[in-house]
Ligand binder design. Structure first.
Ligand code: ASP
Length: 317
């Protein structure tokens, strides 16, 4: 018999409901249990190819995602990935921070089995909800023998953890993969990979950290934005208050910073705060800073993903 597919429910709009019959906006995320979501899609049994198991991890609106829930999610994924009867994992998640969770998991989990995040833009009670189809696609993708690693699927498009980003506040196809483009599509039945084959499994950068997460404090890493009129006072205030271990500077263009913000970051770095620069441009990738630069850079990562990476680096040393 084919392996089990485990579906971990964390909440989000996919589990959301509205008091207004049929409404697509003005709802409450994270209301229906994962068992109810699965029961609404009878086709899942066939798509899973084997047993389908549900586990409710949380019921949150993902705008309120916490490090504690991330820890629990990593722990449960590790348990299921180590179980030889499990073929793949699906995580139902809100769209707002899905890309951050995907990047965290990509950096921590072994990638030989697929871990597929899915979501919805409309609540389960909408006139035409998108959650059921997304769930079906996610389960089918998790049951694909050649799918590996952390993936996201929504609106029929398969994204990789590095590129995926929420680009639209309302549209059903809210996610995009920038210059890299999607990894594939779920048209009808099996996945159609963009490059005719599945992406290779890769070694997670902080794999050794995953099992130790619960014993470590999460570093305090904030994001500061470079913009017209930036004066660096936020950076100075954070450093003076002693409430920050790391800073991600969301830089303009190819990693450039307002000179006043740059001076404040130089003072922060001198005070022992880890500084990393990521471009605020949603497309393309900034060039890496030279090795003698006063701080690190995160080419190809958005500031929110660079923040995840900086936290893991600080925990993993
Ligand atoms: N605020 C919701 C969430 O991220 C949005 C969604 O799921 O679409 O949980």
């Amino acid at each position: 018999m084919a392996g089990k597919i485990v579906v971990l429910g964390t909440g989000g709009t996919i589990a959301g409901t509205s008091d207004v019959p049929g409404a697509s906006v003005g709802y409450t995320a994270g209301q229906l249990g994962i068992a109810q979501l699965l029961a609404a899609v009878p086709q899942l049994a066939q798509a899973a190819r084997g047993p389908l198991v549900a586990e409710q991890l949380a019921q949150v609106d993902s705008k309120d995602m916490t490090h504690a829930l991330w820890e629990r999610l990593v722990q449960r994924c590790l348990v299921h990935l180590a179980d030889e009867t499990v073929a793949g994992i699906v995580i139902t998640h809100g769209t707002d921070t899905l890309e951050e969770t995907a990047w965290l998991l990509h950096n921590l989990l072994p990638t030989h089995k697929p871990v597929v995040l899915t979501s919805a833009m409309r609540p389960a009670t909408a006139l035409a909800p998108d959650g059921p189809q997304n769930l079906l696609d996610a389960v089918a993708l998790a049951a694909e023998p050649d799918a590996h690693g952390v993936l996201a699927v929504a609106a029929g498009v398969v994204h990789g953890a590095r590129e995926v980003a929420k680009m639209h506040p309302l549209r059903l196809d809210a996610f995009a993969s920038g210059d890299g483009g999607p990894l594939g599509w779920m048209d009808a039945g099996p996945v159609r990979w963009a490059h005719a084959r599945a992406p290779e499994a890769s070694v997670p950068r902080h794999g050794g950290l995953a099992a130790r997460l619960g014993q470590l404090a999460w570093p305090r890493v904030q994001i500061v934005l470079s913009h017209a009129g930036a004066d660096g006072s936020v950076v100075d205030a954070l450093v003076t208050a002693g409430v920050v271990d790391g800073l991600v500077a969301a830089a303009t263009g190819n990693g450039t910073l307002h000179q006043e913000l740059e001076q404040a970051l130089t003072r922060a770095a001198a005070a022992g705060v880890a500084v990393c620069v990521a471009s605020r441009c949603p497309q393309g990738r900034m060039l890496a800073l030279p090795p003698d630069a006063p701080w690190s850079s995160a080419p190809g990562l958005s500031p929110v993903k660079a923040r995840v990476s900086l936290m893991l680096q600080l925990m993993d040393r």
